[in-house]
Design a protein around this ligand. Structure first.
Ligand code: ATP
Length: 329
């Protein structure tokens, strides 16, 4: 299959050992490796696809641990750099009793923000069939320039560009700046995925009209994820909704990244599948199943599904999916 290259941050989330407490009340924390672009690369590899991650880590124990997680999951680390001076990014994250997520970032600056355009592995970027990125790498220099350069090289080499803004408001100087910078690379992407909250942040509303106001001429597919409800899709010619699956949710972290990983793997070898509505709906069924399964286990990376898990959820029982496989042979 084709190669999916994901660009951006990889970091460690520290999550409280007990749920429903504020950061100050937490008695202790567990390490949960993450960073949306890294999660997407691992999601692709877990499903059997070829993936690489590009980003910078600290030359410290946490950085080496994260690089190890990439390679243990069959994600190429040939685009990973190590900074000699700055530490690997950390974030303390909690889901408080009132349901609000509270973030505290340690990035002053962290290694991920210090990737320079010169440090990019251009050979790797030119091999990408799909090049995926977020918006956190746009916040400060020199990473911002590295991000823009990598996008340009990938596009020139013929890659499909995939964008999931993954808004983290506390990292931006202001909401206005976040909106402006997120939109500054909007019309470069071929595929864009936003959550319903991000749609509201960008347009002030959540409806078809507001989603379509985000359309641009070169866009092939716009997706709005709706948590347990599934997702809505928009193309030049049609739009609609695909429901998700009922599962026992324990932690939604990484659901969006699993969704994107599955989507990109489904289209990496043949983008034209998204031009036909039935084909696209089929692709999105699997993406929703991947997102749903990811919510059934704590953390993002440990919860990302394998292909048999997804087929089992989509096709009912394991024997049902075996029958389905036989029809394909
Ligand atoms: P993230 O928490 O990673 O930032 P996101 O907000 O980008 O996620 P979501 O809408 O939460 O994205 O989830 C992505 C997809 O995963 C959804 O479109 C849906 O198909 C599936 N999903 C998420 N939460 C659930 C759930 N509780 N039950 C079933 N499916 C879910």
């Amino acid at each position: 299959t084709g190669l999916i290259v994901s660009f951006g941050e990889m970091l460690i989330d520290f999550v409280p050992t007990v749920s429903g407490v504020s950061l100050a009340e937490a008695p202790g924390f567990l390490k949960a490796p993450g960073g949306a672009p890294a999660n997407v690369a691992i999601a692709v590899a877990r499903l059997g696809g070829r993936a690489a991650f590009i980003g910078k880590l600290g030359d410290d124990e946490f950085g080496r641990m994260l690089a190890g997680i990439l390679t243990q999951n069959d994600v190429s680390d040939s685009g990973v750099m190590f900074d000699q001076g700055a530490r690997t990014a950390l974030a303390f994250v909690t889901l408080r009793a009132d349901g609000e997520r509270e973030f505290m970032f340690y990035r002053n600056p962290s290694a991920d923000m210090l990737l320079t355009p010169d440090e990019l592995n251009f050979d790797l970027i030119r091999c990408a069939n799909v090049f995926h990125y977020g918006s956190i790498s746009l916040i400060v220099e020199p990473c911002r320039s590295a991000h823009l350069k990598a996008m340009e090289v990938a596009k020139d080499a013929g890659a499909l560009l995939s964008y999931d803004p993954n808004l983290r408001l506390p990292l931006w100087p202001s909401a206005e700046e976040a909106r402006k910078q997120i939109m500054s690379i909007w019309d470069k992407a071929d595929v864009i995925k936003v959550s319903d909250e991000e749609l509201e942040f960008l347009t002030g509303r959540i409806d078809d009209e507001s989603a379509m106001s985000l359309w641009h001429d070169n866009l092939k597919l716009l997706l709005v994820t709706l948590g347990e409800k599934g997702c809505r899709y928009y193309t030049k010619n049609f739009h609609g909704e695909v429901p998700s699956y009922k599962v026992k949710t324990v932690d939604t972290t990484g659901a969006g990244d699993a969704f994107v990983g599955s989507l990109l793997l489904s289209i990496v070898d043949d983008y034209s599948i998204i031009e036909e509505e039935q084909g696209l709906k089929e692709v999105l069924k699997y993406a929703c199943a991947c997102g749903a399964i990811t919510t059934t286990k704590k953390g993002a990376i440990p919860a990302l599904p394998t292909r048999p898990q997804v087929l089992k959820l989509v096709h009912g029982s394991l024997s049902a999916w075996k029958d389905y496989i036989l029809t394909l042979l």
